[in-house]
Design a binder for this molecule. Structure first.
Ligand SMILES: *Cc1c(COP(=O)(O)O)cnc(C)c1O
Length: 819
């Protein structure tokens, strides 16, 4: 094996920790921190890392996935299994770091480390593109740059590699020393230092000095003096240094930048001569990242001509996996960004958590630079596919084709991308999830074009990682043991349906809730198996409710009677949820109903009350706090009375999103999170702590110049008093862009500038004022995002974020991202 391979005894020795051997001698090649993502269980070592949740909690799950080697800090876990090896140590995280640092020092290769406020991942990926022809490179997967991400990245180093490129990110003082120890860089790159006052640092200088600790032992330090202003020469790291600047004297001093045709042409002074390069991107961030890469190539000894030739070929780096609608009822995950085993495992996890289709297909190219012989590599991939429930592989490339025997699942192979495309009409795709993953040179974009449904220019982008982050944000506020019901009614507040529900199921929420039976049925058909509560169970749908194992909300005696009657004579303990009215005065039982309710419930054991709940009317607002308290005590009184009348226990819940953030006393046994998952909470100041989940984008269809006396749109409502330029964009009221946004009430973002609407909003289009802006047809226009927020849009037309989100019509395509 060419993976780093350590025996479990060797590892215990490196960690100077106690080892409890209860299994065969084990050789470890993989370090695992998430019990759900296991590639090669026999060779995996699971670290019970404790974050917000105690990592020991996941040991069972890791064990059930085949792992037999563990690092724990709780002595009780040393003998849980009779066939596992367990290392006991005080600090599991530092064990992970020490082990990885040991692996780094075992190999003597040059290592480039990158830190800074922005651009780390892009610079890392671009340097990879620039240097891959000359080195066998090992690098951080995606943006693994944390206290956990760095050791996992560095652990990948093996004897095949000739260069490492790793990024490091920190959020507070004192963190960099550990990362410097693990990476032990020989070359350091500081990308930049943001102005923003970061939490966890008392000053700009302190933040800078902390970041520079990464480079204290480096041979070579690459930086811009613009970002190290305020430090003395002797405070800078590096035995030698290479500086770049656009403003002052430096080893690479940029003299001149000119945008040409979407690219940046740059001239600079280097060793007393003028040199030039072309960076194939036009935005400022890419310009800076490009200059950093340029400086790095020169500092590493490349000639100006070589550097120029390489930089020109840089390609876009996108770290996001995109889930899109495909042809023939398929879903497509598009990931042509990097084709190595760890990114493949991440993409397969995403594939695996999307259960909406019965079949999963992977289209995979040859993988490069893995440092492994083909037979080993493809055998490993074949095992991975089996474990991740992939049903079919379409392999493209001569290497994967030569190893076709390794795959036991349905498979077909093509020599190259063109031969797949030529045969495309005979390849069958229907009702399946397809992961497209190929090394850059295979140009799998051409394949995506064939199988992804053309997206109409207005799209709602949903960031699934942000959604999972928001779920965690609320979980962190819960007392141990409190369950979570996630509200996915109304297409998950407009954000999607099964895609979101699958993610929530993967993240182990306890319950989902929908408004109507239909919504519940479609979730079941998409592979959702956790309990689902239906809030408006119409009697005509009882049959379907039972058939799909949905759990009705019971809000009055009539519905309870008819549901019980409907249930077959042999039905026992069918789960139902009782809704109590504590002040909303919408649906639900009140005190006077309880006697009859209990009588009816005790008449037979056809139904069983699994939960009793109510709903807060004003949890987000201080003004209503007194009423909230009143609702809570009323709820407790009624739930107590029901409890006395039943001979079993049930779950109590009342909190919605703002209830969780503002009323910790209202958690009872479960909470119901709705809008907070999607990034809003009226109870938090400016949604602090929540991440933006949804971005609505459209494009410019046409540009027009209008004179001062001309009008724009229906009823001649729009006019630019000075004349100017109008852009027509592809979003109208039929897409959910309310007519009230017309006549300048609504604003959109284009190239970072806020521009008003002009005239009335039409059904499929509207017009915005782009006078004086450098824009062209096809340019992207943001309707809302993290900057121009839904909350701001809600203010513009005097409504609430809930309505803005849920009004986005179904014809607007949703695209999901996962990192
Ligand atoms: C929609 C809904 C919620 C969620 O409310 P948010 O304010 O979006 O968190 C909770 N409970 C019930 C009964 C609901 O209908």
């Amino acid at each position: 094996m060419t993976d780093s391979n350590y025996s479990i005894e060797n590892i215990a020795g490196i960690l100077q920790a106690k080892l409890f051997v209860q299994n065969q001698p084990a050789l470890i090649s993989k370090l695992v921190i998430d019990s759900r993502s296991v590639i090669d269980p026999e060779e995996s070592l699971f670290f019970a890392l404790s974050g917000k949740r105690d990592g020991h909690y996941y040991i069972d799950h890791a064990y059930s996935n085949g792992i037999r080697n563990f690092v724990v800090s709780d002595e009780n876990y040393t003998r849980t299994y009779s066939d596992a090896n367990v290392i006991l140590i005080d600090d599991v995280l530092s064990a992970l770091q020490i082990l990885s640092g040991y692996n780094r020092k075992y190999y003597h290769l040059p290592v480039l480390a990158i830190t800074g406020s922005n651009g780390k991942t892009i610079v890392k990926e671009w340097l990879y593109q620039l240097l891959a022809a000359d080195y066998n490179i090992v690098r951080s997967p995606k943006s693994f740059n944390s206290q956990i991400g760095v050791p996992l990245s560095v652990w990948q180093i093996n004897e095949m590699h000739t260069l490492g490129i790793f990024e490091a990110g920190i959020s507070r003082e004192g963190e960099m020393d550990a990362l410097a120890e693990i990476i032990a860089p020989t070359i350091g790159i500081l990308t930049n230092i943001g102005e923003a006052h970061a939490e966890g640092f008392s000053s700009h200088t302190e933040k800078l000095l902390e970041k520079l600790k990464l480079f204290k032992e480096t041979e070579l330090f690459i930086y811009s003096p613009e970002y190290t202003a305020g430090l003395d020469e002797n405070e800078l790291p590096g035995k030698t240094r290479f500086s770049w600047s656009t403003k002052q004297k430096a080893d690479l001093q940029v003299l001149f930048v000119e945008p040409i045709d979407g690219r940046n042409y740059i001239r600079a002074l280097y060793k007393g001569e003028e040199i030039e390069c072309l960076i194939p991107f036009s935005d400022n961030a890419s310009l800076e990242n490009g200059i950093i890469c340029w400086a790095t190539l020169l500092a590493m000894g490349y000639t100006a001509a070589q550097a120029d030739a390489n930089l020109e070929k840089l390609t876009l780096v996108s770290m996001r996996l995109e889930l899109k609608n495909g042809i023939n009822q398929c879903s497509v995950i598009d990931d042509s960004y990097s084709a190595d085993i760890s990114s493949l495992a991440i993409a397969l996890d995403f594939l695996n958590l999307q259960n909406q289709h019965p079949k999963r297909t992977l289209i995979l190219s040859d993988l490069y630079e893995t440092g492994k012989p083909d037979e080993v590599l493809y055998a490993e991939i074949a095992a991975l596919l089996k474990q991740k429930n992939v049903n079919r592989i379409i392999g493209i490339g001569t290497h994967i084709s030569a190893c076709s025997e390794a795959f036991e699942i349905e498979s077909v192979f093509y020599e190259n991308t063109q031969s797949f495309i030529d045969n495309f009409p005979s390849v069958h795709f229907s009702n399946e999830t397809i992961l497209v993953k190929g090394a850059r040179r295979f140009e799998f974009g051409r394949i995506s074009k064939l199988i992804v449904q053309k997206i109409h220019d207005t799209v709602l982008e949903i960031d699934l990682n942000a959604l999972a982050g928001n779920l965690q944000f609320y979980r962190n506020k819960l007392r141990p043991g409190v369950k979570v019901m996630a509200m996915v009614k109304a297409f998950s507040y407009g954000s999607g349906s099964f895609e979101i529900a699958n993610l929530l199921q993967y993240h182990k929420v306890d319950y989902l809730a929908v408004a109507y039976t239909d919504e519940g049925i479609s979730l079941r058909k998409s592979g959702i198996s956790i309990p689902i509560m239906v809030m408006s169970p119409e009697p005509s749908a009882f049959d379907a409710i039972i058939k799909h194992n949905l759990e009705p909300e019971i809000y009055n005696l009539d519905i309870l009677r008819s549901f019980t009657t409907f249930l077959g004579e042999n039905e026992r303990n069918y789960p139902v949820h009782l809704k109590i009215d504590t002040g909303m005065h919408r649906l639900g039982f009140e005190e006077p109903d309880l006697k009859d309710l209990l009588l009816l419930l005790n008449e037979s054991d056809k139904v069983k009350v699994v939960s009793v709940f109510s709903h807060l009317v004003g949890s987000e607002d201080e003004v209503h706090d007194e009423f909230t308290t009143h609702q809570l005590s009323r709820f407790t009184a009624i739930a107590d009375e029901i409890s006395r009348g039943l001979d079993y226990t049930f779950i109590r819940h009342i909190s919605n999103t703002s209830g969780i953030s503002r009323h910790p006393e209202a958690q009872f046994d479960m909470v119901r999170i709705g809008i907070g998952l999607y990034g809003f909470d009226g109870g938090l100041k400016n949604n602090r702590g929540l991440q933006t989940v949804a971005v609505l984008k459209t494009t410019i269809t046409q540009l027009k110049h209008v004179k001062p006396n001309e009008t724009v749109g229906y009823s001649r409502k729009g006019m630019l008093s000075e004349g100017g330029t109008i852009a027509t964009v592809k979003i109208g009221y039929a897409d959910g862009y309310n007519r009230k946004f017309g006549n300048g009430n609504g604003k959109m973002l284009i190239k970072g500038k806020l521009v008003p609407t002009v005239g009335v909003i039409c059904m499929d289009m509207c017009m915005i004022d782009v006078t004086g802006l450098d824009v062209k047809t096809g340019d992207e226009v943001i309707v809302f995002n993290g900057e121009l927020t839904i909350a701001e849009l809600a203010r513009q037309i005097e409504t609430i974020p809930y309505e803005i989100l849920t009004n986005i019509s179904q014809r607007v395509k949703r695209v999901y991202f996962y990192e």
